[in-house]
Design a protein around this ligand. Structure first.
Ligand code: PBG
Length: 322
């Protein structure tokens, strides 16, 4: 049947019918808020390139978590800025490291807030790369050791899920084995499976003080031109034991999210990263866009592409408007 018998505008004629046929609905439970914890007390350092986001000391992050939970935020993703860094990122592997202290304090005060701990070395190494350097490049297998130690420590102090973002080969398998050996067989792994070497991470590297001091991350993060390769990464991570796979960034990679959803039967997360957030904020500050409408449209498009979970800095503001 075609026109004039069929008229698609009939299903758009008022709000009630438009709501009835709405396909993609964003829910508060879909969203994860990233937070940055730093040393000190009473510290709430604004991150210039990410308006509304802060480096927070442990006491302040607990307050923030209470407020977020009261607003309806169910999950956070934690990043740490340590007091000191070292060659290998070992500063992040003990139970009193910065993120571990934050996890313990948050769990005490807001026990039902789901805490995801990002597992990586770039915030903790003097050189800013995601692992141990040998011959001017990140050594894959040595790095697996520090990553797994970090993950097991996060599990010990009460994290609800670990999320490796380093892009080393074999890290999911290595981490799964280390967790199981320590009896954390129930600890889920959300793997940053298809993580691209992206210019969209710029503001985050200011926030986490994690920019590489030499070179770039192209020898471990993916080439933005590739999507077949993303499916290989995801396939391997699932075989190694990932419980959730992630595509990152989100906005410029909606095609990769859709291919992932169509090809695998596993929950898919998408990371709406710092640069994507900052572009929206900058345009909003200039009065060039309607921020609330735009953020809803953007996050809905990520969900429509196939993401079950969306990690986004917009969470704290948009959550009460859904
Ligand atoms: C670290 C990490 C990065 C992000 C999350 N984990 C940055 C990077 O790879 O340099 C980026 C997040 C964002 O831009 O919001 N491994």
């Amino acid at each position: 049947m075609t026109f004039p018998t069929t008229r698609l505008r009939r299903l758009r004629k008022n709000q009630a019918i438009r709501d009835m046929v709405e396909e993609t609905i964003l829910r508060p439970a879909d969203l994860v808020m990233p937070l940055f914890v730093c040393p000190g007390t009473g510290v709430k350092n604004p991150i210039k390139s990410m308006p509304g986001n802060f480096q927070l000391s442990v006491d302040m992050i607990v307050d923030t978590c209470e407020e977020l939970y009261a607003k309806g935020v169910k999950a956070i993703l934690l990043f740490g800025i340590p007091e000191e860094k070292d060659e290998h990122g070992l500063v992040a592997t003990h139970d009193d490291a910065i993120v571990q202290r934050a996890i313990k304090a948050i769990k005490k005060q807001v026990p039902d807030l789901f805490i995801i701990a990002d597992v990586c070395n770039c915030e903790y190494t003097t050189h800013g790369h995601c692992g141990t350097i040998v011959d001017n490049d990140v050594h894959n297998d040595l790095t697996l050791e520090t990553l797994s130690k970090q993950a097991v420590s996060f599990a010990r102090v009460g994290a609800d899920m670990v999320a490796p973002s380093d892009m080393m080969d074999g890290r999911v398998k290595h981490m799964r084995e280390a967790l199981d050996e320590a009896d954390f067989y129930n600890m889920p792994i959300m793997s940053y499976s298809a993580k691209y070497s992206s210019a969209f991470y710029g503001p985050f590297r200011d926030a986490a003080e994690s920019a590489p001091k030499f070179g770039n991350r192209a020898s471990y993060q993916m080439n933005p031109s590739n999507s077949d390769e993303a499916l290989r990464e995801i396939d391997l991570d699932i075989k190694e034991g990932a419980d959730i796979v992630m595509v990152k960034p989100a906005m410029s990679y909606l095609d990769v999210i859709r291919r992932t959803k169509d090809n695998f039967n596993i929950p898919v997360a998408a990371y709406n990263v710092s640069g994507e957030f900052s572009m929206v904020k900058a345009a909003a500050e200039k009065g060039w866009i309607d921020e609330e409408r735009l953020v809803k449209e953007l996050l809905t498009s990520i969900k429509r592409a196939g993401a079950d979970i969306i990690i986004t800095y917009h969470t704290q503001e948009i959550i009460s408007k859904l």
